[in-house]
Write a protein of this length. Structure first.
Length: 400
């Protein structure tokens, strides 16, 4: 099979690795518009279950990814001078650049051609191939040409956020909430190497404009944010993305869905197919799982259309619960005033429950008491297990 992968992200690279391992005769080229080593973002997160899947697919790249990752098991939250620690499942962080290096080297060693600085503006830029994999992100040019067929839908989140780095190495997944004269602003921080962490900062649009972050340069904005988050940063600097005009890269998160994931021999993968809010840390995991499923269905089905249909159907079903969790997580932060005046221990407990479809429909203090009681009463746990998915399905239908 001759394959063209557009976009050199984790999904395209890992898919090409798996295809070559199944059949070295596959002719695969990955086209990436940026130079080798150039990437957005800082570190990415994943959980232990992904490593098991990567080991099953390619033990060599899985071992390298595991060795280059940092780990944590606790969540730490700071607000109004109070600090709460929540034990949790073990999480992993790795620099996005390092992840791409590992996967790129492995793909090249198996015979995959990597063409950097080669931006693909449409199908006409590609040679004739048996399969085109659109891994070119949320702004996919290949998907854009057929939005009606794919049923593409993009919704914009209300809050503003910026993706930053810092030399402060967080040894736990860290949340910090800071009250200003213009409202609340908060950060999520997690380590991804021995010397750096990711720090995502978010606030409402009213707080963003009230603080003047809509009109300051990146350097002035970073100085302000460093003062606001001086305690969790321990005096360490924040690091932005260098831009030619010096503007700060504040964004509104875009949630993208598609009704179908393929058209003829063109198939969507990773952020070109779907996005989930960054607050659940699932983007990289979902992209790699897409690659695993696509490589498998291509192996299992003799006809290309059957393979691509099976891939899309399976993955759309598998990500429904995470899409729901991401939507509720984003809404929790967009409605922070509903929770922020609770006692810190209660607020942090509901922070951990932010994926729940029940939480938006129950007064926060009552939900906290019910959740505490459910920990000891099986009947209440059973009721939550029954009602939660029922509400989630209803809300999903409204958003579809």
């Amino acid at each position: 099979m001759k394959v063209a992968c557009v976009g050199g992200g984790p999904a395209s690279l890992y898919f090409s690795i798996l295809m070559k391992l199944r059949d070295p005769s596959h002719d695969i080229t990955v086209y990436e518009r940026n130079p080798a080593g150039a990437t957005y973002g800082w570190g990415v997160t994943y959980w232990g279950g992904l490593l098991d899947k990567l080991r099953a697919g390619d033990p060599e790249s899985a071992r390298a990814i595991s060795e280059e990752s940092v780990r944590w098991s606790d969540g730490v939250a700071h607000i109004r001078g109070a600090t709460t620690v929540h034990p949790g499942d073990q999480g992993h962080g790795i620099g996005r650049r390092r992840l791409l290096q590992i996967l790129g080297v492995r793909a090249a060693s198996l015979g995959v051609r990597l063409e950097y600085r080669n931006g693909i503006a449409g199908r006409s830029d590609l040679p004739d191939t048996d399969l085109v994999v659109a891994g070119d992100g949320v702004n996919s040019v290949l998907r854009r040409d057929h939005v009606d067929h794919f049923g593409t839908r993009i919704t914009h989140g209300r809050n503003k956020y910026i993706w930053l780095g810092t030399t402060k190495v967080f040894d736990s997944f860290t949340f910090a909430f800071v009250e200003t004269a213009h409202g609340w602003i908060w950060c999520y921080g997690y380590g991804f190497s021995d010397g750096h962490s990711t720090c995502v900062i978010e606030c409402s649009p009213e707080t963003w404009t009230g603080l003047g972050l809509d009109r300051t340069s990146e350097s002035d904005g970073l100085a302000l944010l460093e003062r606001l988050f001086a305690e969790p940063l321990d005096g360490h600097p924040l690091i932005g993305r260098s831009t030619s005009d010096g503007a700060a890269q504040w964004l509104n998160f875009r949630t993208l869905t598609n009704r179908t994931w393929h058209r003829d021999n063109l198939v969507l993968i990773g952020d070109a197919a779907h996005t989930t809010h960054y607050s659940i840390g699932a983007g990289t995991t979902l992209a790699l799982e897409d690659a695993i499923t696509l490589a498998r269905t291509l192996h299992e089905h003799a006809r290309l259309d059957d393979a691509l249909t099976a891939y899309g159907r399976e993955r759309r079903a598998e990500i429904l619960s995470l899409q729901s969790a991401a939507r509720y997580s984003a809404q929790w932060y967009e409605n922070l005033p509903r929770y922020v005046d609770l006692p810190p221990a209660q607020m942090f407990a509901l922070l951990g429950q932010r994926h729940s479809p029940l939480l938006p429909h129950v007064p926060p203090r009552l939900y906290y008491r019910l959740d505490q009681a459910a920990g000891s009463l099986e009947s209440l746990r059973a009721f939550k297990r029954w009602l939660g998915p029922k509400l989630a399905r209803t809300m999903h239908a409204r958003h579809s």
